[in-house]
Design a protein around this ligand. Structure first.
Ligand SMILES: C[S@@+](CC[C@H](N)C(=O)[O-])C[C@H]1O[C@@H](n2cnc3c(N)ncnc32)[C@H](O)[C@@H]1O
Length: 278
């Protein structure tokens, strides 16, 4: 058995992690059901034998590289606690840029929005939390991700979000949306980063796309034209080196006002365009 403080000192065992101390704090908070402030207030609190054994197991799995979010089963996005699992991507802070841009460009209280490849539901639910009057549709191809997004939606009580299984637009028929957003798979199949860090534990269905990672973005930009209302907006997240290529895809597909917004590290991350129906 050990105290909170002694357990936190074991951060040195997490050599591969970028944030070893934080990882241990999050694991201890999860096990104890307490906040990080509590850990600092009660450093001498002793874990009982059962909790200490659970901590040892989680530490071992973290040392083996498993993402902290998979160990705790949750991740916060836009201050919403979301359940996560191996069916889809763990929501990333950079994706909050997409949410911010949508909110800045769309002040209206009524609007129809589609989130393609919703995963945990992160983008759709973040927008739903800010805009109770919006009608939000969220789709994912993977049934387990659809179930996960539905569970997150139900737990948060956002009745104005419908979650459907759909291969991009396949389950939608004649609806038109004022805004379509997506954080689609955009990593090149040969990218060596796929063998490092958290992504090793996330499904390829959430990560990789053909054509240097651009195939899904190309398909979405083309097909969204049928589902956008007049002057509708399309916004996609992409890799920080893909801005130029994505602007080219949007422009070729006939979108106007094409531009790219930066993430918190100042890298090109979200491209948007407006579709003026011919
Ligand atoms: C990069 S993850 C994004 C998840 C979530 N939107 C987020 O930002 O955290 C991409 C998501 O797209 C889904 N996806 C991949 N191909 C798809 C397709 N053809 N149709 C619908 N969803 C798809 C994956 O299952 C995955 O959940």
């Amino acid at each position: 058995m050990a105290t909170v403080k002694e357990n936190l000192q074991r951060a040195t065992e997490l050599q591969h992690s970028d944030s070893p101390r934080l990882d241990l704090e999050v694991l201890l908070c999860h096990l104890l059901g307490k906040s990080r402030a509590w850990l600092y207030t009660w450093p001498e609190h002793q874990l009982d034998a059962g909790l200490q054994a659970q901590f040892e197991q989680l530490l071992e799995r973290r040392i083996a590289g498993e993402p902290v979010a998979h160990l705790t089963g949750s991740r916060e996005f836009w201050s919403l606690p979301l359940k996560v699992n191996r069916s889809t991507l763990i929501p990333r802070p950079d994706t909050e840029v997409l949410v911010e841009v949508v909110l800045a460009l769309c002040p209206q209280e009524k609007l129809a929005l589609l989130d393609l490849g919703t995963g945990t539901g992160a983008i759709a639910l973040a927008l739903a939390s800010e805009k109770p009057g919006w009608s939000i549709t969220a789709v994912d191809k993977m049934p387990a991700a659809v179930a996960l997004a539905q569970e997150n939606r139900d737990r948060l009580g956002f009745d104005h979000v419908s979650v459907l299984q759909s291969d991009w637009f396949s389950a939608l028929d004649t609806q038109r949306f004022d805004v379509i957003v997506s954080n689609p798979p955009y990593i090149d199949t040969q990218d060596p980063h796929l063998r490092e860090g958290d992504v090793r534990f996330e499904p390829r269905s959430a990560l990789v796309a053909e054509e240097q990672g651009l195939a899904d973005i190309r398909r979405i930009a083309a097909d969204a034209r049928t589902f956008l209302a007049a002057n509708g907006l399309l916004l996609v997240e992409h890799g920080w080196e893909q801005g130029k290529a994505v602007r080219g895809i949007f422009t070729e597909a006939g979108y106007d006002e094409v531009e790219t917004r930066l993430d918190y590290a100042g890298r090109e991350r979200v491209t948007l365009g407006r579709y003026r129906r011919p």
